[in-house]
Design a protein around this ligand. Structure first.
Ligand code: BGC
Length: 746
C-alpha cells in the first residue's frame, strides 16, 4: 500500500467529516495541492510524460533504453501499451521506488474490446442501440481494468464523410446527432458508475478536433473548415462526451485552417477547458508536439513544447518535447509555473479519482484478471452486439433466412476460414492467449447447422491479387450446393489508422468470383467484410442477397450464422452513405440543396451533378433491411405552430406488416425551410429502435423542442429562427414514409 502522509490541517480534518459530495471533491483537490507542494519542477514535468512500453506501437517510437531509471526518478507519469497485471505491476513497482511514489497510469487503445472483441465501432454504430453500445464498452472496461489498464484511448468520436479515410472504422459514421448519442453511451460504458470502481477505466475522447475531415480522406492530413461547420457538425460529439463525464481528451494530428490541434489554444483552453468547463486532462496524440515542427508551425522542439503547454496539452504522448524542454522554458521565463501546475494537477486528480494513491496495485489482481478474461457472459454480449451490427443490404425473393434443413451449403471465399481477421483493426492480442475463442465464419456455420446439412468449402481466391487458380475448385464445389454463401471484402488491416485508400472497390478479383458463383444459377448470399463503406456495384446490382458484416469481433462466426438462419432478424442501418464511385466522395445525406439541385435524374444537365453517374448514393444513410416489413401510418402533430418555449408532440403508428418478429429503427428528420443561412436538406433529429411482433402495431412518440430547431447562425450563436419546418419520418434518410409541416412562431 502506498504510504503517503497527508498535510491536512485540523480544520480541514473536521470539515472532512461533513462528507457532502462537494466536500469529498474538495478533499481530492486538497490532496492534489498537498502532493503538488512537495514536488520539484522536474517531478512535475515527469507527470506530463507518457512513454510507450512494449506492445504494438502506432507511431515512431523514441529509442529510450533508460525507461527504468526515468520512472524510478519520477520522470514519467504514464505508460501506454503495457498489457497485463504482471507487467503493469512490475512497472508500478518501479514508480513506487520514486521519491514521492506517485503511481503511473497505464493507457491502452481498447477501441472495441480487450480480449473479447466486439464489432468495429462503425459496425456497432449501425445498431443504433445505445444500451448495447454502452454494454460492450462496459465489458471492455471490465476486462481491461482487470488486466491492469486504467485508461482507454476511446471513444473516437470523429465525424467523417469520407470512406477513403481508414479511420472511419473507429467512429460512428457521418451523423452528428447519432454520433453524439453514441459518444455519450460509450463514455458511460467505459467509466461505469464512477472512476475508481475497479471495473471502470477512464475514457479518452478523440481526436480533438475535426480529424475526420482530413482533406482527401488521407490520414494525418490538414483540415480546412468554416467555424460554423466545426461547431455544428464536428464538435457536438465531443461536447456530448464531456457532458457524459469523460475524464480525458486526446487532441488530433491535423491542423484546422493552419493551426495544428496540439497548438490550438482556442480549441483546448477557450472551448474545452473554458466554455465547456472540462476538468480532466488532455493527452496529445502520438508525437504531435514534435510534429508541430514538421507542420512548420514552430522552429524547434523547444518552441513546440512552449506552444503545446500554452495551448493546453497536458500530457505528452511519446514526443519527449516536454521532458527535454519544459524545465528550460520555465527557467527562461517563457512559460509560467502556473501553466505547468495546472497540467500536473489535472493529471494527479485523475490518479486520485482512480484510487491509485490509496493502492497503486488496485488493478493488478491476477485472479481477477483470469476471471474477467474468461467470463462466458462476455462472449454472449459480443454475439448479441455482432448480430445487431450486421446490415441486410439486399434480400431478393426472401432467400434469407435460410432453412435449417438445407442439404448442402457451399461456403466460399477468402475470409471463410480466417480467424483473427474477424477482429478487425485495433484489436488486442493478449500476450499468451491463443485464438481459439475467436469464432471463424466457418466454425460459426458449423455450430449452427445440424448433422443433416453438408457444409462444403473452397477458398476461391485471395482478398487481393489477381490469381484465379482457385476459381475452378470453387465453381465445382458451388455446383454441388443448394445455396452458396460467399465471404469477401477487405482484410482487417486495409482500414484503420494509416490505412487510407484511394480506391475503395472490393479488392482484387473477388467480384469476378461473385460473377462465377452467380453463373452457377444457385442462390448466392454475399457477405461483405470491411472497415468502411466499399464500392461493389457489380455485386450490388447482381447478387440477390448481401449482408454487410463489417468486422464483427470474436463472435463473428456465430453472429453471422444467427442472421443467416433467422435466429436474429437483422435490424442494423448504415450510418455512412455508400457511394456509387469514389468520385462522389465526400458524400453525405445532410448536405445543402444548392441553387441547382437535381430534382429528377433525367434532368441533370446544368444541375449540381456529375454527368457520368446518378446523383444518388448506392445505399443512403440510415438504410438497412429486415426479414419483415414495417408500415408507417397515422402521423399526428399535437399542434402546427409552436413558440420557442413550447413543444410539439409527434405521434404515429408503426406496424410490423410481415410474417416475422423484428426490430425497426425509425428516424425523424427535420428541414428548416428558410433561414438566415442555408440549412441541410434534412437532418436527423431523433430516432428510436423497437421490436414488434409479426402483425403488431405500436404508437411511437417524438417531441420537437426548440433545441431540435436550432443551429449556429452567422454570429455562431446556437439559436432557432421562426418559420416553417418540414418533418419527415422514415426507415432511412431516403425512405421517408410520413411527412408534415409545422411553424415556429415568435
Ligand atoms: C492514434 C491514437 C492512438 C495512439 C496510441 C495514435 O497513432 O492516432 O488514436 O490512441 O496512437 O496508440
Amino acid at each position: 500500500m502506498h504510504n503517503f502522509r497527508w498535510k491536512i490541517s485540523g480544520v480541514l480534518l473536521s470539515s472532512l467529516l461533513l462528507f457532502t459530495a462537494t466536500a469529498q471533491k474538495k478533499t481530492i483537490d486538497q490532496k492534489v495541492d498537498s502532493v503538488l507542494s512537495l514536488m520539484t519542477v522536474e517531478e512535475k514535468i515527469g507527470q506530463l510524460n507518457q512513454f510507450n512500453d512494449n506492445w504494438r506501437a502506432t507511431g515512431p517510437v523514441t529509442v529510450d533504453n533508460d525507461k527504468f531509471n526515468q520512472i524510478k526518478n519520477g520522470q514519467v507519469g504514464s505508460l501506454l501499451n503495457t498489457l497485463g497485471t504482471e507487467r503493469t505491476r512490475s512497472w508500478q513497482n518501479v514508480a513506487m521506488q520514486s521519491r514521492l511514489k506517485i503511481p503511473l497510469i497505464f493507457g491502452q487503445d481498447v477501441i472495441h474490446g480487450y480480449k473479447t472483441t466486439f464489432p468495429i465501432p462503425l459496425g456497432e454504430a449501425c445498431s443504433w442501440d445505445m444500451d448495447a453500445i454502452e454494454l460492450t464498452a462496459r465489458v471492455a472496461a471490465t476486462e481491461a481494468s482487470a488486466s491492469g489498464i486504467h485508461w482507454t484511448f476511446a471513444p473516437m468520436v470523429d465525424i467523417s464523410r469520407d470512406p477513403r479515410w481508414g479511420r472511419v472504422m473507429e467512429g460512428s459514421g457521418e451523423d452528428t446527432y447519432l454520433g453524439s448519442k453514441i459518444a455519450y453511451a460509450r463514455v458511460k460504458g467505459f467509466q461505469g458508475k464512477s472512476l475508481g470502481d475497479t471495473n471502470s477505466v477512464m475514457a479518452c475522447v478523440k481526436h480533438f478536433a475535426a480529424y475526420g475531415a482530413a482533406i482527401g480522406g488521407r490520414d494525418y492530413n490538414s483540415v480546412d473548415m468554416s467555424d460554423r461547420t466545426l461547431w455544428e457538425v464536428y464538435l457536438p460529439p465531443f461536447k456530448a462526451a464531456v457532458d457524459a463525464g469523460a475524464a480525458t481528451l486526446m487532441n488530433a494530428f491535423n491542423d484546422i485552417n493552419g493551426v495544428p490541434s496540439t497548438g490550438n489554444k482556442v480549441l483546448l483552453r477557450d472551448i474545452l477547458k473554458g466554455k465547456w468547463g472540462f476538468k480532466g486532462f488532455v493527452v496529445t496524440d502520438w508525437g504531435t508536439i514534435g510534429e508541430l515542427v514538421d507542420h512548420g508551425y514552430v522552429a524547434n522542439d523547444y518552441q513546440a513544447a512552449q506552444t503545446a503547454i500554452t495551448a493546453g496539452a497536458d500530457m505528452d504522448m511519446e514526443s519527449r518535447c516536454y521532458k527535454n524542454n519544459l524545465a528550460k522554458l520555465i527557467s527562461d521565463n517563457k512559460i509560467s509555473i502556473n501553466l505547468l501546475d495546472d497540467a500536473v494537477k489535472r493529471i494527479l486528480k485523475k490518479k486520485f479519482e482512480l484510487g491509485l494513491f490509496d493502492n497503486p496495485y488496485k488493478y493488478c489482481n491476477p485472479l481477477r484478471e483470469t476471471n474477467a478474461l474468461n467470463n462466458n457472459n462476455h462472449a454472449k454480449v459480443a454475439r448479441e452486439a455482432a448480430t445487431k451490427s450486421i446490415v441486410l443490404l439486399k434480400n431478393e425473393k426472401n432467400i434469407l433466412p435460410l432453412s435449417k434443413n438445407i442439404k448442402t451449403i457451399a461456403f466460399i471465399g477468402p475470409l471463410v476460414k480466417e480467424v483473427k481477421q474477424n477482429k478487425g483493426f485495433w484489436d488486442i492480442d493478449i500476450p499468451g492467449a491463443d485464438s481459439s475463442f475467436i469464432v471463424s465464419q466457418w466454425n460459426g456455420l458449423q455450430n449452427k447447422v445440424g448433422n443433416n446439412t453438408n457444409l462444403l468449402y473452397a477458398k476461391g481466391c485471395e482478398v487481393d491479387g489477381d490469381n484465379k487458380d482457385g476459381f475452378a475448385e470453387a465453381i465445382a464445389i458451388a455446383k454441388q450446393a443448394d445455396v452458396i454463401i460467399l465471404s469477401i471484402g477487405e482484410k482487417r488491416d486495409m482500414s484503420g489508422e494509416a490505412h487510407s485508400r484511394s480506391n475503395i472497390n472490393i479488392p482484387g478479383i473477388q467480384e469476378d468470383l461473385v460473377k462465377e458463383m452467380l453463373a452457377t444459377g444457385k442462390p448466392v448470399v454475399v457477405l461483405i467484410n470491411a472497415g468502411r463503406p466499399l464500392v461493389f456495384n457489380f455485386t450490388a446490382d447482381n447478387a440477390p442477397v448481401i449482408l454487410y458484416t463489417w468486422w464483427l469481433g470474436s463472435e463473428a462466426g456465430n453472429a453471422i450464422a444467427d442472421v443467416l438462419f433467422g435466429d436474429y432478424n437483422p435490424s442494423a442501418k448504415i450510418t455512412m452513405t455508400f457511394p456509387r464511385v469514389v468520385g462522389q466522395i465526400p458524400f453525405y445525406y445532410n448536405h445543402f440543396n444548392t441553387g441547382r439541385p437535381v430534382v429528377n435524374e433525367e434532368d441533370h444537365v446544368y444541375k449540381s451533378s456529375y454527368r457520368d453517374i446518378p446523383s444518388t448514393p448506392k445505399y443512403p444513410f440510415g438504410y438497412g433491411l429486415s426479414y419483415t416489413t414495417f408500415g408507417y401510418s397515422n402521423l399526428q402533430l399535437s399542434k402546427k405552430k409552436m413558440a420557442k418555449k413550447e413543444k410539439i408532440e409527434v405521434s404515429f403508428t408503426l406496424t410490423n406488416t410481415g410474417n416475422l418478429d423484428g426490430e425497426e429503427i425509425v428516424q425523424l428528420y427535420l428541414r428548416d425551410k428558410v433561414s438566415s443561412l442555408v440549412r441541410p436538406i434534412k437532418e436527423l433529429k431523433d430516432f428510436t429502435k423497437l421490436m414488434l411482433k409479426a402483425g403488431e402495431s405500436k404508437t411511437i412518440k417524438f417531441v420537437i423542442d426548440n433545441e431540435k430547431l436550432s443551429f449556429y447562425n452567422q454570429q455562431l450563436i446556437w439559436d432557432s429562427e421562426p418559420g416553417e419546418f418540414d418533418l419527415m419520418i422514415g426507415a432511412s434518410s431516403e425512405d421517408i414514409r410520413l411527412t408534415d409541416k409545422f411553424e415556429l412562431v415568435n
